[in-house]
Write a protein that binds this ligand. Structure first.
Ligand SMILES: Cc1cc2nc3c(=O)[nH]c(=O)nc-3n(C[C@H](O)[C@H](O)[C@H](O)COP(=O)(O)OP(=O)(O)OC[C@H]3O[C@@H](n4cnc5c(N)ncnc54)[C@H](O)[C@@H]3O)c2cc1C
Length: 423
């Protein structure tokens, strides 16, 4: 029998759930707070840029089945990301083969861990000696920079699962950006007669078994048999920005707080010329100790675009900082890395964009990472409440690609299947 389902959020998880349910003949209504779909997938091409920039998700981290299947279905082209990795310390440039210096030693020791501990405890237990100082720094930088994780809380077993696959996998860029994927999913949802309301933040859910009323901020009320909620973790974790439930769902709200989530800031800087080619012809990623510690090029694409990245605990200290000030920090960082005068970089700069996801009102952060208690929390959140309330989103995904678009797509699909085939 056809069921009516409300989906809160038109990001990867919400669109995927909507596509699945509407393909099975259910009546789907999507309510989205923003004026656009895609959520943390957001491609832009403001004036001055020679190619579209990704302010949110950018890479496909390996041969991820759902993402690649959708791209192939849609005929969207994706290309491998290449280039060398370089570490710059006190002006010294050194090529790196892995994200972490001493990767093989790290992976060996990780195999010895049987019971979950935090990354900090792991480093203290296995790499306390002075000779591992560089490795400790490198692991901290990778856990913070790549995963956004706070090493005092992050689960080493979860990171091991992800890192094991990360080292072997090729990464890809989507030609034209993640917007292509959003557009494809959106078009399919609309073709399958999903109703979609933008600028519709949901503030309250009144529910009982088999009936849901979603109240939007302007007072409109949407009714259905079930609801799938795909809000980012940052919103669930702040009472002031979360949805109110009547009756309340205290255990689920507590469970959301058991999963890690941190801010992330991205700087997209286009220059007149790719001046970095004089330093390294095939430059891919640069790791440094600067305020914006991580940068990448578009290699092998020749666009003179550099992307700077501050993630996790490091990003927290910049939440009150203006975009203009962040641009200054970005340029200082590049001046330090390349040993160039600031004035040269200012004269070379053609276009800039700072995106701070920690202050984005509909995200409040970047993506999730696991603490020691995340697994149990996720198990609870994957269970529907009275076969009526369902949760989805990247943070609820169980697998080897956490915190990704793939994770969100998989979670949306799983929630849709649970909603139409209740046990
Ligand atoms: C800077 C950055 C870089 C990233 N890089 C990558 C990458 O390279 N590769 C990768 O795979 N992943 C990357 N990610 C992660 C990826 O973007 C996310 O995992 C994925 O997009 C999350 O999808 P989602 O549907 O779970 O959540 P979202 O995309 O956040 O969707 C949730 C939707 O809910 C809406 N919403 C929120 N509150 C309400 C409300 N009250 N009422 C109605 N609607 C509401 C939001 O506006 C949003 O559209 C990155 C993320 C960030 C922030």
């Amino acid at each position: 029998m056809a069921t009516s389902v409300l989906i809160i959020g038109a990001g990867a998880a919400g669109l995927m759930a909507a596509r699945e349910l509407s393909a099975r003949g259910h009546a789907v209504t999507i309510l989205e707070a923003r004026h656009r779909a895609g959520g943390r997938m957001h491609t832009l091409q403001p004036l001055g840029y020679s190619i579209p920039i990704e302010t949110g998700a950018e890479f496909i981290h390996g041969k991820l089945p759902i993402t690649l299947q959708l791209l192939e279905e849609a005929g969207i082209i994706y290309t491998p990301v290449g280039g060398r990795m370089v570490e710059v310390e006190k002006g010294r440039w050194q090529r790196q083969h892995n994200f972490v210096d001493g990767w093989d030693t790290l992976m060996e020791r990780l195999q010895d861990v049987k019971e979950d501990i935090t990354v900090r405890e792991f480093l203290n237990r296995y790499f306390a000696a002075d000779r591992y100082e560089a490795l400790r720094r490198s692991v901290k930088r990778f856990a913070e920079g790549y995963d956004g994780a706070d090493i005092d809380r992050a689960s080493v077993l979860s990171l091991r699962e992800e890192w094991e696959q990360e080292d072997e996998e090729e990464q890809y860029h989507i030609m034209g950006g993640y917007e292509k994927l959003t557009d494809y999913l959106l078009t399919q949802c609309v073709r399958q007669r999903c109703l979609l309301y933008f600028n519709t933040p949901v503030q309250e859910i009144r529910w009982q078994q088999g009936t849901v009323e979603a109240v939007a901020s302007d007072g409109r009320v949407f009714m259905a048999n079930k609801v799938i909620l795909t809000l980012p973790l940052g919103l669930w974790q702040q009472e002031s920005s979360s949805i109110r439930f009547l009756p309340a769902i205290k255990d689920q709200m507590e469970a959301f707080r058991q999963i890690g989530f941190s801010p992330v800031i991205k700087a997209s800087l286009e220059f007149k010329q790719a001046f970095w080619l004089e330093y390294e012809k095939e430059l891919g990623f640069v790791f440094s100790e600067e305020i914006f510690p991580t940068w990448w090029t578009q290699h092998p694409h020749p666009a003179p675009l550099l992307t700077g990245w501050i993630n996790g605990p490091q990003a927290i200290s910049f939440t009150q900082t203006s975009p203009e000030k962040m641009l200054q920090y970005a340029l200082y960082s590049l001046a330090g890395i390349f040993g160039l005068p600031l004035i040269f970089l200012e004269q070379q700069l053609v276009a800039w964009q700072i995106t701070d996801w920690g202050t984005d009102p509909w995200a409040r952060g970047g993506y999730s990472w696991d603490t020691l208690t995340s697994k149990a929390a996720r198990q609870l959140l994957q269970q529907p409440v009275a076969n009526t309330l369902y949760f989805a989103g990247e943070a609820l995904y169980e697998g080897a690609s956490p915190g990704t678009v793939e994770a969100a797509l998989a979670s949306g699909l799983a929630a849709a299947r649970r909603a139409c085939d209740p046990l």
